[in-house]
Design a protein around this ligand. Structure first.
Ligand SMILES: Cc1cc2nc3c(=O)[nH]c(=O)nc-3n(C[C@H](O)[C@H](O)[C@H](O)COP(=O)(O)OP(=O)(O)OC[C@H]3O[C@@H](n4cnc5c(N)ncnc54)[C@H](O)[C@@H]3O)c2cc1C
Length: 501
């Protein structure tokens, strides 16, 4: 890292520290960015800025009971570091794994914790980004400048989750908690707990709270698809027994998981009714013939339209079978002093209400972006391969996969950004900006994610904030790992969709 001593320094303020590349965020994506940059562009100086006082992002923010991945760690783990544990991991296991990556690669020296970035300004004159913010531990302002900005800030607002406004919430005499801001001292022993929501978070919290609580009720407006299975990987176990190298096991099992996932996704689209039956059958088997599985676990949408949450060892269903947990599919009329009155007229008593209702999409880390003094409206931009944006120079953003593990994309975009930086060095250029070519000015524009293809609530609420995509490459955000892993490494950087200066 250098301190800039040129005209830029005067322009940006004497305290600005300069690096070639600034990475925003020390979550799974930012740590991947640091690793790939160090590995593939060892001459580049870089810094990672992180608002929290530790790494991990999502896995630090969420501390609710049972917090775990719902993807397997062979693919949620990095390509370059074997995963040695069970496929579904706790937040702590993920943090331990990330900690090893940081330590083994000396990434700590590059991470600046407690750095909350508030603004990012691009100067075409100086060809640099200036990021300004506040050090949350000292209250001191800081400034960094960089040639390239690698946004790894995730996709949701960390400090608070999304809780809808329901009538009568202020009347409720118990506690209302959101999984994203779980109170450390929340005592739910022998309490009646009501969890609002039906996604992976609700499915995790319920079996984790059930043994200690008096009873846990899951209240959902509509059902979600779940897939159950043992939290183990037979192939990995066999290869371990055969004492195959860890690197090999990691790679082989990743390929197998990806193969199986792709086959499952194809089945969902080709034979949705059959897949539906296959997903529901094991639940019915656990809960017994009389249990109304079609009321509580049979969604109106087809499988894969929203993420299918994995329930390891069927713990959610075992909790229901034991009588310590139950599911109600209904709508909230109002909160009452002692719980919730439903539209059906039924009531649910509760001491604690957990609103597992998702998060608020955030755009570029809630950082105020300006390009040459003009405030950036991200929605006005069109994406280049779901990673860069028209009119935004020297910037890439890691937005992972919904249906496959997020980290797969963090790794392949790591390769892409490094190749782009190498290309700029080789061509002696300093600025790269995606721009629509003359014959693409009237291209049909589509939302960042096709709502027909994938439509969770947080995306529907926030789509108007997100960039658009065009109707052909390279202006698309495909969410298709199988294609991207082939296409991105070969993407032609000189096809005039990227303008180099
Ligand atoms: C509970 C939960 C479980 C999930 N489970 C899975 C799963 O099993 N599989 C899967 O593929 N995906 C899962 N996801 C999606 C998950 O968010 C991603 O997989 C992944 O962890 C995101 O990593 P990230 O580094 O891109 O972003 P994040 O984890 O969101 O990290 C971003 C970091 O950037 C920092 N940051 C943001 N803005 C600023 C700013 N202005 N200044 C400074 N720092 C900033 C944040 O503090 C944070 O540390 C899950 C999400 C949640 C909420």
């Amino acid at each position: 890292m250098t301190t800039i001593s040129t005209d830029e320094q005067k322009a940006q303020g004497a305290t600005a520290r300069h690096v070639d590349v600034l990475i925003v965020g020390a979550g799974i994506s930012g740590i991947a960015g640091g690793y790939h940059l160090q590995d593939q562009c060892p001459d580049k100086s870089f810094a990672i800025l992180e608002s929290k006082s530790t790494y991990g992002g999502t896995w630090t923010t969420h501390t609710y009971p049972g917090i775990r991945s719902d993807s397997d760690l062979f693919t949620f783990g990095y390509r370059f570091k074997p995963w040695m544990g069970k496929p579904i991991a706790t937040a702590q296991e993920i943090l331990d794994y990330m900690g090893e990556v940081i330590e083994e690669n000396n990434l700590d020296q590059h991470i600046n914790y407690d750095h909350q970035i508030d603004s990012a300004t691009w100067s075409s004159e100086h060809k640099i980004w200036t990021l300004a913010g506040t050090q949350t531990d000292t209250g001191q302002p800081f400034k960094f400048t960089s040639n390239f900005l690698w946004m790894c800030q995730g996709y949701y607002r960390h400090p608070e989750g999304y809780t809808p406004e329901w009538p009568g919430m202020d009347r409720f005499e118990g506690s209302i908690v959101h999984p994203q801001t779980w109170p450390e001292d929340l005592d739910y022993s022998d309490k009646k707990v009501l969890v609002i929501g039906s996604g992976a978070t609700a499915a995790t919290i319920i079996p984790a709270m059930a043994p200690k609580a008096e009873h846990v009720t899951m209240l959902q407006r509509s059902p979600t698809f779940f897939i159950t299975g043992r939290n183990s990987n037979e192939l990995a176990d066999t290869l371990r027994e055969l004492e195959i190298d860890d690197d090999w096991i990691h790679e082989i099992v990743r390929r197998k998981v990806l193969f199986d996932q792709a086959a499952f996704a194809e089945m969902c689209f080709a034979y949705p009714d059959e897949v539906r039956k296959e997903l529901l059958a094991p639940i019915q088997e656990i809960l017994g013939e009389d249990y109304p599985v079609s009321t509580h676990f049979n969604p109106a949408y087809d499988p894969w339209r929203q993420r299918v949450a994995f329930v390891p060892d069927a713990d959610l269903f075992e909790g229901i079978k034991s009588g310590k947990a139950s599911v109600v599919t209904d709508e909230i009329e109002t909160f009452t002093e002692g719980g919730i009155l439903l539209k059906s007229g039924d009531t649910i008593e509760a001491d604690i209400i957990v609103t597992a209702t998702g998060f608020n999409l955030n755009v570029l880390g809630d950082i105020a972006f300006t390009i040459d003094d003009k405030p950036l409206d991200f929605h006005d931009t069109v994406t280049y391969r779901g990673a860069m944006f028209t009119g935004i120079p020297n910037m890439a953003w890691v937005f992972g996969y919904f249906r496959a593990s997020w980290t797969l994309r963090a790794d392949i975009l790591g390769d892409f950004v490094c190749r782009l930086l190498q290309h700029m060095d080789a061509t002696g250029t300093q600025v790269v900006t995606p721009r629509l070519r003359p014959d693409e000015q009237d291209m049909t524009m589509n939302p960042w994610v096709d709502p027909e293809d994938f439509n969770p609530g947080y995306l529907q609420r926030g789509m108007h904030l997100m960039p658009k995509q065009g109707d052909h490459e390279p202006w698309m955000h495909t969410q298709d790992y199988k294609t991207e892993v082939q296409v991105l490494p070969k993407a032609d950087l000189d096809d005039d969709s990227l303008v180099f200066e």
